[in-house]
Design a protein around this ligand. Structure first.
Ligand code: UD1
Ligand code: F6R
Length: 371
């Protein structure tokens, strides 16, 4: 079943061009001279009006699923015009945070069975919100108990560390934003550009997978480290959190994803010549801010590894001043799908080199069905 691969996680990382294609199959409408390009999400189409009229959209999930929602949030805010907030399911339950009838609550869960997410669904249902599911598992508790939703159709994921489900979740939430924004003519050009980007995304992911050997070399360099930081912002704040989550859960190495805008408020104190720091600085509207973060880290002799857009290495520092990972550039809101790929590969190679169990990390279960 693993084919030519040694581990499921490795197989699932390399499968992402295909899993993304399946996720989008039948859901992207090409358009022609008489019809604009659009998306069709069968499970949402009868609920779009209610979602557009809701007072707030609140994403609820745990772990990687939460990170996927965080990656999609800026684009959903842009296209829906509705405030979008984020809740970790356990924290919402701990606080019994406010959920209203006028809310759309979106439950993101690969397995559809995570205890905290399910309890949060029960809580939001009792509070009268419209409950939307985004899950990879047809017939799961979340698929059954939400009012409507979208199956991500990424195919079965066996490795405990979520990889292909993450990228498919982001693709689905981008399509959800496109569907919600479909009634607004002022965003039509933007929507069409993103739809074109989605069509081409599997090819671009295939290109990013060619970084495999480079990531293996980087893993050799980092395998004995105690700790690894990842700085991101904007669309790629989620990439920093998710990259760090992958490294800690499978490679059993301390890793922390940090919002770059928070750097001066504490994390900067950690910077020295030894601690490796991955800075995500691909091209988008935050790029110049990331350039100045890189300069400040350089000034403190930080040990930087910078992820930048292909051909932009000279814009992130004088040549030879740091290691760079060049990734293919796509539409800004889809860039998190590309940027996570080298970090998944890095986490995978670190795990193998450090001699840990890739598919069944210590202490973890694929589906967390207890609180
Ligand atoms: C559906 C079919 C698909 C078929 C396609 C053709 C299923 C599972 N899917 O896909 O096989 O090829 O029509 O038009 O039969 N739902 C929830 N909560 C969730 C996820 C989904 O309530 O968390 C609901 C949706 O609102 C929808 C149904 O489940 O009513 C199926 O969702 P989805 O598979 O995403 O719909 P389609 O893409 O239309
Ligand atoms: C990490 C990972 C977990 C899950 C989390 C939620 O790789 O897989 O963080 O994302 O346990 O699981 P689901 O998405 O099934 O609700």
């Amino acid at each position: 079943k693993k084919g030519n691969y040694e581990h499921y996680m490795q197989k699932e990382i390399h499968e992402q061009p295909e899993s993304l294609r399946t996720t989008m199959r039948g859901r992207l409408i090409c358009g022609d001279s008489s019809k604009a390009k659009s998306v069709l999400l069968g499970g949402l189409k009868d609920h779009l009006r209610t979602i557009r009229r809701s007072r707030r959209i609140v994403f609820i999930g745990c772990g990687t699923s939460y990170n996927a929602a965080l990656a999609a949030r800026p684009f959903l805010e842009e296209l829906s015009g509705v405030p979008v907030t984020m809740e970790l399911a356990s924290d919402l339950l701990d606080r019994q945070g406010p959920i209203y009838r006028e809310d759309t609550a979106v439950f993101v869960s690969q397995s559809g069975e995570t205890a905290d997410t399910l309890l949060a669904l029960q809580y939001a249902t009792e509070n009268g919100a419209l409950c939307v599911g985004i899950t990879n598992t047809v017939g799961s508790a979340i698929a059954r108990n939400t009012h409507c939703g979208v199956h991500i159709n990424a195919g079965c994921e066996i490795g405990v560390a979520s990889t292909k489900a993450y990228t498919s979740q982001i693709a689905v939430m981008a399509m959800m934003a496109l569907a919600i924004g479909d009634d607004t003519t002022s965003s039509q050009a933007r929507r069409e550009a993103v739809i074109d980007g989605l069509f081409d995304l599997p090819n671009k992911v295939r290109e990013a997978l060619k970084l495999d050997n480079e990531m293996k070399d980087l893993a050799k360099l980092l395998m004995d480290e105690q700790s690894l930081l990842m700085f991101g912002r904007g669309y790629n704040y989620a990439t920093a959190l998710e990259g760090a989550l992958k490294v800690k859960e499978v490679a059993l190495m301390h890793s922390e994803g940090i919002l770059a805008g928070e750097m001066k408020h504490g994390p900067l104190a950690l910077v020295d010549e030894t601690l490796p720091i991955i800075v995500i600085a691909t091209h988008d509207t935050c790029f110049s801010k990331q350039q100045s973060v890189i300069q400040q880290l350089h000034a403190r002799k930080g040990r930087l590894i910078v992820m930048c857009s292909k051909g932009a290495a000279q814009l992130v520092g004088p040549s030879g001043s740091c290691r760079v990972i060049e990734v293919p550039q796509v539409e800004d809101c889809l860039q998190p799908v590309i940027n996570i790929v080298p970090l998944q590969l890095l986490a995978y190679h670190l795990t193998v080199l450090r001699g840990y169990n890739v598919d069944q990390p210590r202490n973890l279960a694929k589906s967390v069905t207890t609180q």
